[in-house]
Design a protein around this ligand. Sequence first.
Ligand SMILES: Nc1ncnc2c1ncn2[C@@H]1O[C@H](COP(=O)(O)OP(=O)(O)OP(=O)(O)O)[C@@H](O)[C@H]1O
Ligand SMILES: [Mg+2]
Length: 802
Amino acid sequence: MNQTFPVLPLRDIVVFPQMIVPLFVGRDKSVAALEKAMAADKAIFLVSQLDPAEDDPDRDALYDLGVVATVLQLLKLPDGTVRVLVEGQRRASLAALNTADGHLVAEVDPVEIEEPEGAEASALMRSVVEQFENYSKLNKKLPAETAVQLGQIETPSRLADAVAANVSIKVSDKQALLAELNPLRRLEMVFAFMEGELGVLQVEKKIRSRVKRQMEKTQREYYLNEQLKAIQRELGTEGEEGEGDELGELNRRIAKTKLSKEARAKATSELKKLKAMAPMSAEATVSRNYLDVLLGLPWGKKSRVAKDIARAQEILDEDHYGLEKVKDRIVEYLAVQARTNKLKGPILCLVGPPGVGKTSLGRSIARATGREFVRQSLGGVRDEAEIRGHRRTYIGSLPGKIIANLRKAGTSNPLFLLDEIDKLGQDFRGDPASALLEVLDPEQNSRFQDHYLEIDYDLSDVMFVTTANTMDMPQPLMDRMEIIRLEGYTEDEKVEIARKHLIPKQIESHGLKVGELEYGEEGLRALIRHYTREAGVRTLEREIAKVARKVLRKILEGKAERASLTPDNVADYAGVRKYRHGISEEEDQIGAVTGLAWTEVGGELLTIEAVTVPGKGLIKTTGKLGDVMQESIQAAFSFVRARSPAYGVSPRLFSRKDIHVHLPEGAVPKDGPSAGTGMVTAIISTLTGIPVRRNVAMTGEVTLRGRVLPIGGLKEKLLAALRGGIDKVLIPAENEKDLAEIPATIRESLEIIPVAHVDEVLVHALASPVVPMDWTEADELSLHTPELAAAPDDNVPGSVRH
Ligand SMILES: Nc1ncnc2c1ncn2[C@@H]1O[C@H](COP(=O)(O)OP(=O)(O)OP(=O)(O)O)[C@@H](O)[C@H]1O
Ligand SMILES: [Mg+2]
C-alpha cells in the first residue's frame, strides 16, 4: 500500500529515524512542500540528493531510500527562508516522484526492518557502544553524554542509526548505512567506520601535540633570548665599555682591523646574521669561527723587510757553511727585491738530496730579509681542499693550509716555505698542484681564493720559497719556479759544517760546557766515513748528537771529566761501525761491476752483477728495476750479442746459456738508463771470464751501437765514488764539460776518464784485454749453430742460399 508525501530533497545530510535535526530550507519547491505538510499531518519525506549542488533534482538525482519524518517546528525567517525542526520516523523507499501544487510528491513503499536478537546481536551492540566511547573521547565535537545515551538503546537497528547519525563520515557513506536494511550488518558497518576514523583521529592528536610542543619550545627560547638581551643591555649601560658582550667585541674588531672592502662587507653581513641567531646554536658557532678566521688574518700587518744586502749575505754565511753559488743566487734575488720593492720574480725552488740544508736555508733567508717564517710540508697533501680549504657548508670546515699559515705568521709578508713540493700527491679529490699554481703565480696570487674564506686574499707580498728532492713535479709548477740546485757535500765540507755548525749546536743543546767534548779532525772523519753514508749531513748531525749524549752521561756518572773523539774511541761512543769506507771489492771479480747511480738521496754506488746460467739465450733481470733500466739491460744484451765475436765470445754460447743480471739491495727501487756501461761490462765479463777491476766505477747510457751517451747528476755520482773509495771513474765523454763545475778537491782525488765508446770502457774496466775471435771462425760457428742455420740471413756472411 503506497503512501504519498510531500518531498524535501536534502543537499548534504542524511536523516536517520529517531534523529531530530534542524534544517534550513530555501528552495521554493521545498518551502511549498513544507507548507503542504504543515497543512496536513505534518509528515514529509526526506531524501538526499546524489549531487548536493543540484537545485532542481528529478527522480534520478535522488537516492532511493529516505525517511518519513515529522515536522516538529517551522519558523519563517524574514528573508523568505524557512527553518524547520524535523524528526525522522521510519525508512521508506521512493517508488515514484511527481510534481503537484508547486512541489514534489513522492509515492513511497514502507520498509520492514526485522530486529534480530540473540548473543551475536548483543555482543555486537556492546562493542559498538565501547568503540563509540573511545571515539567520542577523541572527537571533541561530540557531547560527553551521547555515549551514555547510546548505551541505553536496546535494539540493534536503532543503535546503528543513532551511531550513524553521530559519526562524521561522508554523505554517501551515511546513505549506504541508511540503505542497509539488515541491522546487524549496519552495526558492523558503523563499527568499521569508527575504527577507520579512530586511526585518523589518533594521528591528528599526535600531530597536534607535537606542533604544540614545538611552539612552546620556540616561544620559550624567544622569551629567554629577549630576557638575555635585556639583561645584557642593563649590564652594558652600567658597564664602562658600552657593549661589553661578544658581539660588541666582534664589532670593535671589525672596525679596528684593516680589512679589504670586500672583507669588511662580508664581515659586517656575517655579524648581522650572527646577531639574529640563537647564541648557542650550531650555526652561530660556525658563523663565529668564520669571523674569527677572517679577523685573525694579518690584514695590513707587515714586517719591515730588510734591504741591506751585505747584512743578508752575512746572515746566510753565519747559518750555513759553503753553498756559495746558492747563496749568491739568493742574494741577487734579494737585491732585485730591495730595488723594486716587488716580489714579481720567479719563485725560488731549492732542489737537492736530503739533509743538505734546504729547509734550514729557507729559515735563514727569512732571517736575512727580516720576514716571519712559516713552513708547510706538502708531503702527502693529496687533496685540493688542503690547499684551498673546504666550503663553509661542511660541518667543521676549515680554511686551507695557505690561509691557516698566514694566520700563524701574523704578518702578510712572511717567507712561506713550501717544503717538499715534489711529494705532492694527487687523487680523485682534485689536484693540489693546480691549486698551488695559483698561489705561486705572482700575476694571480693577489686575488687568492680560499673556499672557506669566500673572499679574495692578497698573497702578493708573501715570499714563497719551495724545496724538493727531485725535479719530478708537474711541468706547469716547474715553469713558475727558478731551480737552484744544492748538491751533496764532500767529506771536507762535511768536516767544516760539523765543526762550525753541527757540533756547537749539539753541544749547546745537550748542555755540555766548553771543553767537555772535543772532536779531533781524524775522529770526525772516522765518524763520517764509518757511520754515515749520505749526501747531506743529517745522519752526521744525529751521530754527533749521539756521541754528545754518551759523553754527557759519562760525565754525569763521574766516569770521565771530558772526552775527545779520536778514530780509536769512536766505536765507544757511536757503537759498531755501520759502513766500510769504500765498498769496492777486496779482489777483482768476474761479472760484478760498480756503477754510479743518482737517486733522490744523492749519488750511490750500485753493484751490477751478471752470471751465465744454462738456458737458451734469454736475459733475466732482478732487483726491483724500473722500466727504463730493464730496457737498458735488454739493449746492453743485444749489443753484446751482436758483437760477441769481437769480444771473443762464441755466438754458439747463446744457444746454451741465459744471462741473469741482478742489482743487489733489492728493496731499493732503481731506474734510469745511466747504468748502461756497467751492464755491458758485467755481461761481457761473465761471458769472457775476465774479471772487472775493483777500483773502477762507471756511469753512462749505451746505444745499441755501443756509443756512450751523457748522464745527469755528475757531481753527486763523483761524490758517491769518493765516499766509496773508488780510484777511477769512467764518465761519458760528453759530460767532460761539466767537470768545470766540480770542486777541485773531487777532481784531484779521483782519476776521471771520459769515454765515448763501450770498447774504451772495457779497456779501463777489465783486468785483461778481450781477445777477439777471428771472423772466419765466427762464420763457421754461426753456420753450425742450429737456429742460425735454420734462419739464413742476408747479412750473415757466407750464409747458405742455394
Ligand atoms: N751548509 C750547511 N751549513 C750548516 N748547516 C747545514 C748545512 N747544510 C745542512 N745543514 C744542517 O743539516 C741539517 C739538515 O738540513 P735540512 O733539514 O735543511 O735538510 P733538507 O735539505 O731540508 O733535507 P730534506 O730534503 O730531507 O728535507 C740542519 O740542521 C741544517 O742546519
Ligand atoms: Mg727539508
